[in-house]
Design a protein around this ligand. Structure first.
Ligand code: 5GP
Length: 115
């Protein structure tokens, strides 16, 4: 039982356009895409922010999230041109949903600094 909208997506209580699912990880299209490809890759366990990530405890989970990102990027046809992976953290990071999520963005040229 979690506290965010993403827990409801994991529990299939609200719909999402799911592109990848395993026992530990779920990935689905962002409802408000900021690029032609914008997918959120999340752990099924609730970790509110990246501050709570512990290398010893979560390394396998994080590894699977990066594997999923690479696999989805290939499936979406954005792997060769490149893409961006982003974790927003808390207020200054621009985090809105307090269940960690990796944004996979691609299909257009990204800018830097991100603003
Ligand atoms: P954050 O700002 O926390 O890094 O990113 C949260 C992301 O979740 C935003 O890009 C937002 O569009 C997306 N989002 C919020 N609610 C929903 C939802 O109900 N479904 C989907 N698919 N994406 C959502």
């Amino acid at each position: 039982m979690g506290n965010t909208i993403f827990s409801k997506i994991i529990d299939k209580e609200i719909p999402a356009d799911i592109v990848y699912e395993s026992d530990a990880v779920l990935a689905f299209r962002d409802i408000n895409p900021q690029a032609p490809v914008h997918i959120l890759i999340i752990p099924k366990i609730e970790i509110p922010t990246v501050r709570e990530i512990k290398g010893e405890e979560h390394s396998q989970l994080l590894g699977e999230m990066y594997d999923a990102a690479n696999s989805i990027a290939k499936d979406e046809g954005i792997s060769e041109d490149g893409f961006r992976l982003v974790f927003n953290c808390d207020d200054h990071g621009g985090q809105e949903v307090y269940h960690i999520h990796m944004h996979l963005l691609g299909g257009r040229q990204m800018n830097w600094p991100p603003g």
